[in-house]
Design a protein around this ligand. Structure first.
Ligand code: IMP
Length: 440
């Protein structure tokens, strides 16, 4: 399951839904930049790294090799869950995941400040610098954390090196290396019981024919290679990233489910063709409670963009879509959908990978009538107002991918299951009554 837009598509709720039939849930990329809130039986859980499958005691949850782990935040999350009576005996952490250190956070924040008008609008959680060290081969992995003698040596050298950057480049105070090492050795002891060879564990689950859900964080347009570079995160949130980050072969994955909001949001800097800087944008933000779980920042809002939708279908090989927050559009008189871009006077149906073309493109809209009726208590497609159904059909047809799930509110039951998202036939469309009309 992956995000088909710029993150914050409402993946938390869909993961929760899919986790019910999963034996194993794996996070394969990203770190504590992600965040979702799950409300179960009146209790609120705020999770950044631990898959929300943890709320099902028989589901094994794995934080995979491609993630970056801030141990302090992870320990807080584990303690929060325990305090609320949730068992974490089913949590596993990859020994080859990389560790976010205090200097990563500091460098992330300081470099953002120094970028001025070129800033990315990161979450400031040290994600980019942790992945940069991984690529530079100076990273600290969970394995290193588990070996005190080795950690002492490796961190002694690394902190001295990072202190030069902090002091000389950013004019910040140096870190006390002994204190950092002492803190991280404590974190190591806390986390030791959870550490495993995650690729091997997943492989065994595959052999035992268990259902495995690979839970993406962030979204397609934030992908380091295929997103709106440089305004992206530093990992690969696309479907292919799940193989690398979890340590499984592509043949392991049977089905790819994309999650998209019925409109679009983006947090942080970077071009956003369908952004609405008007009262409708504000209305979407207010009704959709569009504030980041991790940073509390207000999300930018705009119309649904089918060009990026089609791009997400292509880049991820999507089999079906889960459309979330349809109810946020309930009051609108009319709704626009971006069907193409105008670039240098030409109509373009494909996402332009040239960043300056994307920054300058003009959305070409098709306007559809709104339904101006509440959808929050609809539980099947036939309960939906005709205009809402037409809106969904239009999206499915534009993206040439079936819609398997429609979410009409935050709670678990405010969900329309159109077809089995896990086993449903591929590439189906919706007919006039919202029922599938077979394979395309
Ligand atoms: P970073 O991942 O903190 O380096 O931030 C890079 C970009 O990705 C910024 O625009 C962030 O706002 C965005 N970003 C990172 N994580 C998320 C997420 O979970 N949801 C939405 N945007 C995110």
């Amino acid at each position: 399951m992956i995000g088909a837009q710029w993150g914050d598509e409402g993946k938390g709720k869909i993961t929760d839904l899919l986790s019910r039939s999963a034996d194993v849930v794996v996070r394969s990329q990203g770190g504590v930049n992600a965040g979702h809130t799950v409300v179960v039986a009146g209790q609120t859980f705020k999770l950044h790294l631990i898959p929300s499958g943890i709320l099902y005691p028989n589901t094994e949850c794995i934080i995979g090799s491609g993630t970056v782990i801030d141990p302090q935040v992870l320990i807080e999350e584990i303690e929060q869950l325990k305090a609320l009576g949730v068992t974490v005996d089913n949590l596993y952490i990859s020994q080859t995941a990389h560790i976010t250190m205090p200097y990563h956070r500091k460098i992330d924040q300081a470099s953002e400040e120094s970028r001025g008008e070129y800033k990315i609008g990161t979450t400031g959680r040290g994600i980019g610098p942790t992945y940069a060290d991984k690529s530079e081969r100076t990273g600290i992995r969970v394995l290193d954390l588990m070996n005190p003698e080795h950690l002492h040596k490796q961190l002694g050298w690394t902190i001295n090196y990072k202190n030069v950057i902090l002091e000389k480049l950013y004019n910040l105070p140096a870190l006390d290396s002994e204190k950092v090492i002492e803190d991280y050795l404590k974190y190591a002891e806390f986390l030791r019981p959870y550490v495993v060879d995650s690729s091997l564990k997943i492989y065994k689950a595959v052999q035992e024919k268990k259902n495995i859900l690979f839970e993406g964080a962030q979204g397609t347009l934030l992908d380091l290679d295929h997103g709106t570079y440089p305004y992206v995160t530093s990992s690969n949130p696309i479907a292919g990233g799940a193989c690398v980050g979890a340590g499984v072969g592509p043949t392991t994955i049977d089905r790819v489910i994309g999650v998209a909001k019925a409109y679009t949001t983006r947090v942080g800097e970077g071009p956003f063709p369908t952004e609405l800087n008007d009262s409708i944008g504000k209305q979407l933000g207010d009704l959709g409670a569009e504030f980041g779980t991790t940073t509390g920042r207000r999300r930018r809002c705009g119309w649904f963009d089918a060009v990026i939708g089609r791009y997400a279908v292509r880049i991820n090989g999507l089999d079906c879509l889960a459309i979330t927050k349809l109810d946020v559009l309930d009051e609108l008189e009319e709704i626009k959908v971006c069907v193409a871009y105008e670039i240098d006077g030409e109509t373009c149906y494909h996402f332009p990978t040239n960043a300056s073309q994307f920054a300058d493109c003009k959305p070409v809209y098709k306007t559809l009538p709104g339904w101006q009726k509440p959808t929050t208590s609809c539980r099947s497609l036939t309960d939906l107002p005709k205009e809402a159904l037409n809106y969904l059909k239009f999206m499915a047809e534009l993206m040439e991918v079936p819609i398997a799930i429609v979410s009409v509110g935050p709670s678990r039951d405010q969900t329309i299951i159109v077809e089995d998202p896990i086993h449903g036939p591929k590439r189906a469309l919706l007919d006039a009554d919202g029922i599938r009309v077979g394979e395309t």
